[in-house]
Design a protein around this ligand. Structure first.
Ligand SMILES: Nc1ncnc2c1ncn2[C@@H]1O[C@H](COP(=O)(O)OP(=O)(O)OP(=O)(O)O)[C@@H](O)[C@H]1O
Ligand SMILES: [Mg+2]
Length: 1010
C-alpha cells in the first residue's frame, strides 16, 4: 500500500483543506515527517488510517472517536480523501462526516470509476481485501503508531498472544482444539458405553468375564448347546403326540361299539310295543271311513238350519220396523204444526229490520256530534297556546337585531387590536435582529482590537529577530573575514624564496609569516547555523505578521460593511456598548407593549365570543317561528270546519246523547234473531222427520221381499238332505248317533298316520340292526382314558419345557446378534478413537493448538527480527522466546528474553536501555513485516511508517538503525518516519514539514517548498 495523495479538511489538527502529494517524498525511498510538538504529524498518519479503515492510527484517538477538528465551523464538513496504490493499481477513497455528524464513505478503482461503493461496510471490506491486512495488522506492520511501538516487545505472554491472535486470526486453532477435545471425549465415552453394554448383555445371558474383543463369539458355545437340547426335546414330543393320537382313536372306536349296542336294544323294545297296538288302529281306520260319509250329509243339514234361523230373524225385524214407523208418523205431525206457527210469527220481521237500520244511522251521527264538540274544545285551547308562543318569538326577533349591532362593534374592536399586535411584532423582530447585529459587531470589534494588539506584539518580535540577525550576520562576516585572513597567513607561511607566489607570481617574499595562528572552524559553522535559523525564524515571523494584517483587513472590511448596512458610523467599543444598550431598552419597551396588547386581544376575543353565543341561542329559538305560524293557521281552519259540521247535525235533529238509541237497537236485534233462529230450527226438524219416515217405509218393503225368497231356499235344502242319506246308505239313527264325532275326523286321521309311520320306522331299523346287534358286547372305557390322560400330561410338561428352552435360545440368539452389533460399533469407534487420540495427544502435548501455532509464527518473526537486531547492535543482542514452566498448559510461552553476547546469558527485555529497546522494537516490527510478507503471498508491503522519536539513540545506534531502514528500501520498500531528531533531518533529504498557526491549524511544506 502506497499513499499518493491525501486531502484533509477539518480533521484533528487540520482546519483548512490541506493536500499532501507524497510522490516527491518517495524519490529517496525514505522520508521524514517533522515539525514541533502538536504540529499535526500524527494527524497525517491518523488521516491515512481513517481514510482506509475509518479509524485512527493510535489506540487513544480511536477510543476517543473525536476526529472532527474542534477548530472547524459548525456547518463545515470533515473530509479525508486518499488516493493510494497497491500492486500498481490506483484506488481512491473519500470519507466525510457532515456537520450533523453523519458519516459517509466513497470508494472506486481508477480503472473502473463507474463502480462506486458508497456503503461504509462495503468500502471497509473492499479496502481490507485489497490491502490484505486488517486494521490491527496494518497498525503493527505498515503504520506503527506513536506510543505503541514498544508494546509488542515488552508485552507478556497473554498480551502477545492477543496481538498474535488479532494478527493471524489464530482463534480458529483454539476452536479446532476444543473440537478435537469434544470429539475425543465423545469417542471415549462411546467406547466405555459400548464395553458396559457388552458386559450387561453377557450378564443378562448368564455369562461373565469375557473380553469385548471376542465379539459375539463370547456367547456361541452356550447358544449351540441350548439349540441341541431343543432338537432332542422336539423329537420326544413328536413320538408322544403320535402315541396320543392312537389312544384317542381307540377311545372313539370303543364309544361307537357301546352306543351301537344301546341303540339296538332300544329299537327292539320299541318295535314290540308297535306290534301290540296294530289291531286297534286298523279298527280306527274303518270308523274314519263312516265318519267321512256322515260329514258330507251334516253339511246340507247345517245349511238348512241356518236358513230357518234367518227366516225367524227377518220376521222379528219386520215387526220392529212397523212399530218405529208408527212413532215417526206422530212426530212428523207435531213438527208440521210448529212450523206453521213460527211462519206466522215471521211475517212482520222485515218491518223490524228497517226500523233497526234507521236507529243505527241516528246513533252514528249522534256519536260524531259529541266527538266534533270535543275536538272543537281542544282546538280552541291549542289556538290560545299558539298566540302566547307567537308573542314570545316576536320579542326574540327584536333582541336579535340588537345583538347583531353589538357583534359589529366587538369585531371592529378585536380587529383594531390585532392590527396593532402585528405592527408591534414586526417592530420587535426588527429590534431583535438589530440587537443580534449589534452583538456580532461588538464581538468583531473586540476581535479587531485583539488582532491589532497581536500585530504590534509580532512586529516587536520581528524587530528583535532582525536585530539579532544583524548581530549574528556581522559576527558571521567577521569570522569569515578571520578565516580568509587565516587562509592568507597559511599561504604566506608556505612561501619559499625563488618559488613564485600563487597570487602575484613574485619570487621575492618580504612578509613571510612563520608563526601561523589556527582558525576555529566550529565557531564559524555555529554562527552560520544560527544565522540560517534566525533568517528562517525572521521569515516565518514576517509571514505571520502578513497573515495577521490580512486578518485585520478582513475584519475591518466586515465591520464597515455591517456598520453601513445598519447605519452605524462609530466602531469604538464604548460607543457600540451604548448603542447596544439603547437598542436593548427599545426592545424591552416593545415587549411590554406587546404583552399589554395581548391582554386586550384576549378581552376582545372573549367579548365577541359571548355576543356570538347569545346570537346563536336567539337564532335557535327563532328557528321554530315559521312552523308555529303555519300550525296556528291550520288550527283556525279546522275550527271553522268543525263548527259547520256541528251546525248541520243539529239541524238534522241528531240527539246529543246516544244511550236511549243503543237500548232500542239492542232489543230489536234480540227479537229479530230469536224469530229467525226458531224458524230455521222448525224447518230443519220437519225435513229430518219426513226423510226418516220415507226411509223406514223403503226398508219394510225390502225385508218382506227377502223373507219370501228365504222360505223357498229352506224347502229345497230339506229335500236335498233326505236324498243324501239314502244314497250314502246310512240309516238315520246311525247318522244321528255319530254326527257329533265328525269334528274329530282330523284328529283320528292324524293318530292313524302317526302310528303307522312309527311302526314302519321301528320295523325298518330293527330289521337292519338285527344281524349285527346280536353279536355286539359292551366294552370298558375307563382304563383307556386313564392312559390317555397320563400321555397328555407328559406331553404338556415336555411342551412347557420346550417353550422355556425356546425363549432361552431366542434370547441367546438376540443377545448374540446385539453383541455382534455392539462389536461392530466398538471396532468402528476404536478406529476413530485411535485417530482422534493421536490428534488429542498432539493438541495437548504441553501447549494448546493455538499457542503452538502462535509460537510457530512468533519463532518465524524472531528469526527475521534477530537478523535486524544483530546488525543494529553489532552482534551483541539476540531475542529469545522464554520458556515458562510454571503454567502446565503453556509450557512454551511468548514472553521475550534477550541474549547478551557480552555476558553469555539471557535476561528480560525490560532490562534493555531506552535506545536498546528502541532497536529491539524496531527489529521486531521489521521482522514482523518481513514474516507477514513472506507468509502471506497476497500482501505486498511497499511502505512502512513509524511514528516514534529516534531521540533515544546515540550517533552509532542511529547509524545502525538507519542502515536497517535503508536496507528495507533497498528491497523497494518506502520508509516514512516521524521524528524531531536533528541528525535524521540532516541525513534524510525527503522531508514533510508540519507547522501550526494559532487558530488556523496545521500547515505542511514538502521538501522545503511553500
Ligand atoms: N479534534 C481536535 N480538534 C482540534 N485539535 C485537535 C483535535 N485532536 C487533536 N488536536 C490537536 O491537534 C494538534 C496536532 O496533533 P498531532 O497528534 O498530530 O501532533 P503531533 O505533531 O503528532 O505532535 P507530537 O510531536 O507531540 O506527537 C495537537 O495540538 C492536538 O492537541
Ligand atoms: Mg504525534
Amino acid at each position: 500500500m502506497k499513499p499518493l495523495d491525501l486531502t484533509i479538511k477539518c480533521f484533528l489538527g487540520f482546519k483548512e483543506k490541506t493536500e499532501i502529494d507524497f510522490r516527491p517524498l518517495y524519490e529517496d525511498k525514505i522520508f521524514l515527517i517533522t515539525g514541533p510538538t502538536g504540529a499535526g504529524k500524527t494527524s497525517i498518519f491518523d488521516a491515512v488510517c481513517y481514510a482506509l479503515y475509518g479509524e485512527g492510527s493510535g489506540e487513544t484517538r480511536t477510543k476517543a472517536k473525536c476526529f472532527r477538528s474542534q477548530m472547524a465551523e459548525e456547518n463545515e464538513e470533515m473530509e479525508v480523501s486518499l488516493s493510494f496504490e497497491v500492486k500498481g493499481q490506483l484506488y481512491h477513497v473519500r470519507r466525510v462526516e457532515t456537520a450533523k455528524g453523519v458519516n459517509k464513505a466513497y470508494f472506486y478503482t481508477e480503472n473502473d470509476p463507474e463502480k462506486l461503493l458508497v456503503k461504509i461496510k462495503e468500502v471497509n471490506t473492499e479496502i481490507e481485501q485489497i490491502i490484505g491486512l486488517n486494521l490491527d495488522q496494518f497498525k503493527k506492520i505498515v503504520m506503527i503508531p506513536q506510543g505503541e511501538f514498544r508494546e509488542f516487545l515488552t508485552a507478556g505472554t497473554k498480551d502477545k498472544s492477543d496481538i498474535l491472535k488479532k494478527l493471524f486470526s489464530t482463534e480458529q486453532y483454539e476452536k479446532l482444539q476444543w473440537m478435537i477435545k469434544e470429539r475425543y471425549d465423545a469417542s471415549r465415552a462411546a467406547d466405555r458405553k459400548l464395553v458396559m453394554k457388552f458386559n450387561e448383555i453377557l450378564k443378562e445371558a448368564g455369562m461373565e468375564g469375557k473380553d469385548i474383543e471376542m465379539g459375539p463369539d463370547a456367547l456361541l458355545e452356550m447358544l449351540q448347546s441350548a439349540e441341541e437340547e431343543i432338537a432332542h426335546m422336539q423329537k420326544e414330543i413328536s413320538e408322544l403326540t403320535q402315541r396320543q393320537k392312537e389312544i384317542e382313536k381307540e377311545i372313539t372306536e370303543t364309544q361307537k361299539n357301546n352306543s351301537d349296542l344301546e341303540t339296538f336294544q332300544k329299537v327292539r323294545e320299541e318295535y314290540g310295543k308297535y306290534r301290540n297296538l296294530k289291531k286297534t288302529f286298523e279298527d280306527k281306520e274303518k270308523e274314519l271311513k263312516l265318519l267321512r260319509k256322515i260329514e258330507m250329509i251334516t253339511h246340507t243339514e247345517k245349511q238348512l238350519a241356518d236358513k230357518e234361523s234367518e227366516i225367524r230373524k227377518l220376521q222379528t225385524d219386520i215387526t220392529i220396523l212397523s212399530e218405529d214407523r208408527k212413532k215417526i208418523a206422530q212426530y212428523l205431525d207435531r213438527c208440521r204444526k210448529t212450523l206453521t206457527a213460527v211462519t206466522d210469527e215471521a211475517i212482520n220481521l222485515d218491518e223490524k229490520k228497517t226500523k233497526k237500520n234507521r236507529l243505527e244511522d241516528l246513533l252514528l251521527k249522534s256519536k260524531r256530534l259529541s266527538e266534533a264538540n270535543l275536538q272543537l274544545e281542544k282546538l280552541n285551547q291549542k289556538g290560545l297556546e299558539f298566540e302566547k308562543k307567537l308573542a314570545f318569538l316576536r320579542k326574540k326577533e327584536r333582541d336579535l337585531s340588537a345583538l347583531m349591532e353589538d357583534e359589529k362593534v366587538a369585531s371592529r374592536e378585536l380587529h383594531d387590536e390585532k392590527v396593532c399586535q402585528m405592527e408591534l411584532k414586526m417592530k420587535l423582530q426588527e429590534s431583535s435582529s438589530r440587537l443580534k447585529t449589534m452583538v456580532t459587531l461588538f464581538n468583531k470589534a473586540q476581535k479587531r482590537d485583539e488582532v491589532e494588539d497581536n500585530i504590534i506584539r509580532l512586529r516587536k518580535e520581528e524587530e528583535n529577530l532582525g536585530r539579532n540577525l544583524d548581530v549574528v550576520s556581522n559576527a558571521y562576516l567577521h569570522e569569515l573575514e578571520k578565516r580568509n585572513q587565516s587562509y592568507a597567513q597559511i599561504l604566506r607561511s608556505e612561501l619559499t624564496d625563488n618559488d613564485p607566489c600563487p597570487v602575484c607570481g613574485s619570487l621575492d617574499h618580504p612578509s613571510v609569516i612563520r608563526d601561523v595562528q589556527e582558525f576555529d572552524e566550529i565557531t564559524l559553522k555555529n554562527l552560520e547555523e544560527k544565522k540560517r535559523n534566525l533568517e528562517k525564524a525572521l521569515q516565518e515571523k514576517k509571514s505571520d505578521v502578513k497573515n495577521w494584517i490580512r486578518n485585520h483587513e478582513d475584519l475591518l472590511e466586515e465591520i464597515f460593511i455591517m456598520g453601513d448596512e445598519n447605519g452605524i458610523n462609530t466602531f469604538k467599543l464604548d460607543d457600540l456598548r451604548i448603542i447596544g444598550g439603547d437598542e436593548k431598552e427599545k426592545y424591552r419597551r416593545l415587549e411590554n407593549k406587546l404583552a399589554e396588547n395581548m391582554t386586550s386581544v384576549n378581552r376582545c376575543t372573549t367579548n365577541l365570543d359571548t355576543v356570538n353565543e347569545r346570537i346563536r341561542v336567539c337564532r335557535k329559538d327563532l328557528d321554530s317561528l315559521d312552523d308555529l305560524i303555519k300550525a296556528s293557521d291550520e288550527a283556525k281552519a279546522m275550527i271553522n270546519d268543525l263548527k259547520g259540521e256541528i251546525r248541520s247535525l243539529q239541524n238534522e235533529g241528531v240527539p246529543k246523547e246516544s244511550f236511549g238509541l243503543s237500548a232500542q237497537i239492542k232489543e230489536l236485534d234480540r227479537i229479530i234473531s230469536d224469530i229467525s233462529l226458531r224458524l230455521e230450527q222448525a224447518k230443519k226438524s220437519y225435513e229430518e222427520c219426513y226423510n226418516q219416515d220415507q226411509n223406514l217405509n223403503g226398508q219394510e218393503s225390502a225385508l218382506n221381499q227377502t223373507l219370501i225368497s228365504a222360505h223357498e231356499t229352506a224347502k229345497g235344502l230339506k229335500d236335498q238332505f233326505f236324498k243324501k242319506l239314502e244314497s250314502a246308505e246310512v240309516p238315520r239313527d246311525i247318522y244321528e248317533m255319530n254326527k257329533h264325532k265328525v269334528s274329530e275326523i282330523d284328529q283320528i286321521d292324524e293318530e292313524i298316520v302317526s302310528f303307522f309311520k312309527g311302526y314302519n320306522a321301528a320295523k325298518g331299523v330293527y330289521e337292519n340292526l338285527r344281524a349285527k346287534g346280536d353279536t355286539l358286547r359292551h366294552k370298558d372305557l375307563a382304563p383307556i382314558r386313564t392312559h390317555l390322560q397320563e400321555t397328555e400330561q407328559t406331553l404338556s410338561d415336555k411342551n412347557l419345557y420346550l417353550k422355556e428352552a425356546g425363549i432361552l435360545v431366542h434370547n441367546l440368539r438376540r443377545s448374540h446378534e446385539r453383541l455382534g452389533e455392539i462389536h461392530v460399533k466398538y471396532l468402528e469407534n476404536k478406529e476413530k478413537l485411535a485417530v482422534i487420540q493421536d490428534l488429542y495427544d498432539t493438541a495437548n502435548l504441553g501447549m494448546g493448538f493455538e499457542t503452538f501455532v502462535q509460537s510457530y509464527y512468533f519463532e518465524g518473526i524472531l528469526i527475521r527480527a534477530n537478523e535486524r537486531l544483530r546488525k543494529m547492535t553489532e552482534g551483541r543482542y539476540q531475542l529469545k522466546r522464554r520458556n515458562e514452566t510454571e503454567n502446565r498448559r503453556e509450557k512454551i510461552g511468548l514472553g521475550l528474553d534477550v541474549f547478551d553476547e557480552y555476558t553469555g546469558r539471557e535476561r528480560d527485555v525490560q532490562s534493555l536501555s531506552g535506545g536498546e529497546s528502541f532497536k529491539a522494537s524496531l527489529s521486531l516490527a521489521l521482522g514482523l513485516s518481513d514474516f507477514i510478507e513472506s507468509h502471506k503471498g497476497s500482501v505486498n508491503l511497499e511502505t512502512i511508517f513509524i511514528d516514534e522519536g529516534f531521540g533515544s539513540l546515540d550517533q552509532d545506534s542511529l547509524d545502525n538503525a538507519l542502515e536497517s531502514l535503508l536496507e528495507l528500501n533497498m528491497s523497494g520498500r518506502i520508509v516514512g518516519i516521524i521524528s524531531h531528531v536533528t541528525e535524521l533531518k540532516d541525513r534524510i533529504p525527503g522531508r514533510l514539514e508540519v507547522s501550526t498557526l494559532p487558530g488556523k491549524g496545521s500547515r505542511i511544506r514538502i521538501n522545503g517548498g511553500i
